[in-house]
Design a protein around this ligand. Structure first.
Ligand code: ADP
Ligand code: MG
Ligand code: MG
Length: 532
């Protein structure tokens, strides 16, 4: 009967994913926003965080602007149109430019940006398509932000829109427990427990939940590592790294609720689906996304240390993200590390020699991973080749990387060659340069890639579960003889911080719950002046 269990688990899981948000409307009727709490006046977060980084904060600020007088409306619309222009494809971009100029730069137009002063005002009025980027996307944009940070921001904080914001922040702080979610099948297994699929009852949003067994964590002395992984995950907000949406606990486990990546890992795609290796189109696309993810981590001084295809997961659209940040660390003040960490076959010479290293290790591992995506083997170890660890180390330190496989074209060989430079000084990516400028990526539109707008070359089938059958996962043995003391309990509580602001707010907006709960009649408190 085991096969049937798997079939049922898959069916329920697939059905949940295809659920449309509208089907949840009825359940939501009972929901309302809590009363706002006052922010302590000394510690207001800055404009950037309140009005730009937080999705709900940004939305409410823009709703405030739109409901205000001409200048505020024009500023808000200008920023929105500029964003759209920046992300448009070539043709649409060319079309958007003159329309922005007519609308916002001409004195007789309704949207004229009359708050601009001095040189910026003059440049804006005489802007042409030639200097559009420099004038509008830099100078005028900066001046617009400066304008908004002043009086409009001050007035916003005294408006009903800001009261709404405070109510949402209060709602965000709700305690998260198992009851907040529906639970679905196991998707994978990690060192401290399984990863399963979850769905938020209120919004229908699907997530993956990595469960860490508390007893196991304590017994193996890995509490600190779990904390590190959680802290890194909640810090990064990047389309190419899985993000943490909730951290909570139940009696037995710490639960990290993350972006659901249901398209399988790249290792699986390289080796387990028909012909081994990936098409060049896919290799370029994934490499561009992976590189963007690594650059993002590095920009925060985080070294990933576990770059390999197995740790790159695909989502339902076919876009990929880095996952398993269990080895990721922030560089200490000295900016160097020396502890060996990673996976055999992907570790660079400097690490194997136990020398000091930094973010450059990730570029070496990326070189190995690109090689593997193309050739379905590692640069220094053939497919299924059984060799001693010492021999693998020797080859990595001494041998030249060879390209036997017929699918390696010149740009690919060149790029891998640059990443696999044994000397860090010569390695691509190690001097602050952007590897995505290499000709290997010539067909990738970077701004569109970064905005997640580039169509993936391959899309996972919606009817397939890209995970092992549930009965193929090992049962976790019980861990006995572990008692928790006060310190442990305190640690578990500290880790269970509930919803993570930015992903949670995105979920509220995407699911429509934000709009539903903002309707004036959805609650009693100060709905009068509200409009959306
Ligand atoms: P560990 O650090 O203990 O190895 P991982 O983070 O690698 O745990 O997760 C274990 C497995 O769970 C992965 O190999 C993958 O199959 C699955 N998994 C992990 N994260 C996700 C996710 N975000 N979406 C879907 N599956 C995931
Ligand atoms: Mg893992
Ligand atoms: Mg891990």
């Amino acid at each position: 009967m085991k096969g049937i269990d798997n079939l049922v688990a898959n069916t329920v899981y697939l059905k949940a994913q295809n659920l449309c948000y509208a089907e949840l409307r009825d359940q939501r009727l009972a929901l309302f926003l809590p009363k706002p709490l006052r922010l302590p006046s000394g510690s207001r977060p800055p404009y950037d965080y309140l009005c730009e980084q937080q999705p709900i904060g940004k939305k409410l600020f823009h709703l405030f602007l739109a409901a205000s007088d001409g200048q505020y409306v024009a500023a808000a619309e200008f920023l929105e149109e500029l964003d759209q222009w920046a992300l448009a494809e070539d043709e649409a971009r060319d079309k958007a430019m003159p329309s922005i100029i007519t609308r916002f730069c001409q004195q007789d137009s309704e949207g004229f940006l009359s708050y601009l002063t001095g040189d910026t005002a003059l440049r804006c009025q005489s802007v042409s398509e030639k200097d559009f980027e420099e004038v509008m996307a830099c100078k005028v944009k900066d001046a617009t932000r400066t304008f908004l940070k002043g009086k409009p921001f001050f007035e916003y904080q005294r408006s009903p829109f800001f009261q709404k914001y405070l109510q949402w922040k209060e709602f965000e702080k709700q305690k998260i427990t198992d009851k907040y979610f529906y639970e679905f099948r196991t998707l994978g297994q990690g060192g401290f427990g399984e990863v399963c699929a979850l769905q938020v009852k209120n919004t229908g949003k699907m997530y993956a939940c990595k469960r860490l067994c508390k007893k196991r964590l304590k017994k193996r002395g890995c509490k600190k590592l779990a904390l590190l992984e959680k802290q890194v995950l909640e810090k990064v907000d990047c389309l190419f790294v899985v993000s943490l949406a909730y951290a909570y606990e139940n009696k037995t486990h710490l639960c990290l609720v993350m972006t659901l990546m249901n398209g399988g890992d790249l290792n699986f795609h390289i080796y387990s689906l028909g012909e081994r290796g990936l098409s060049m189109e896919r290799v370029v696309y994934y490499t561009a996304q992976i590189t963007s993810g690594i650059l993002h981590l590095h920009s925060m001084s985080i070294v990933y240390r576990d770059m390999k295809p197995e740790n790159v997961l695909l989502d339902s659209h076919g876009q990929c993200r880095l996952s398993d940040l269990g080895l990721a660390v922030e560089l200490p003040g000295s900016k160097q590390l020396c502890q060996r960490a990673g996976t055999n076959g992907y570790m660079p010479p400097e690490m194997l020699r136990q020398e000091f290293y930094d973010t450059c290790v990730d570029w070496w591992s990326l070189g190995c991973s690109i090689y593997e995506m193309v050739a379905a083997r590692l640069p220094f170890k053939d497919f299924k080749e059984k060799i001693q660890k010492e021999e693998l180390v020797r080859r990595t330190l001494e041998d030249e990387c060879r390209f036997h496989h017929k699918h390696f074209d010149d740009p690919t060989k060149e790029l891998i060659g640059h990443f696999l430079k044994k000397r860090v000084e010569q390695r691509l990516g190690c001097h602050g340069e952007d590897p995505r400028k290499h000709r290997f990526f010539k067909n990738i539109n970077l701004p569109r890639l970064e905005a997640g707008l580039l169509d993936p070359p391959w899309v996972p089938k919606t009817s397939v579960v890209y995970a092992k059958d549930i009965e193929k996962f090992d049962d976790f043995s019980n861990v006995d003889e572990v008692e928790f003391d006060e310190k442990d309990e305190k640690f578990f509580m500290e880790l269970s911080t509930g919803a993570v602001s930015i992903p949670w707010q995105k979920e509220m907006i995407e699911s429509g719950l934000f709009d539903d709960l903002n309707k004036p009649n959805s609650e009693a408190t100060n709905g009068d002046e509200w409009k959306s």
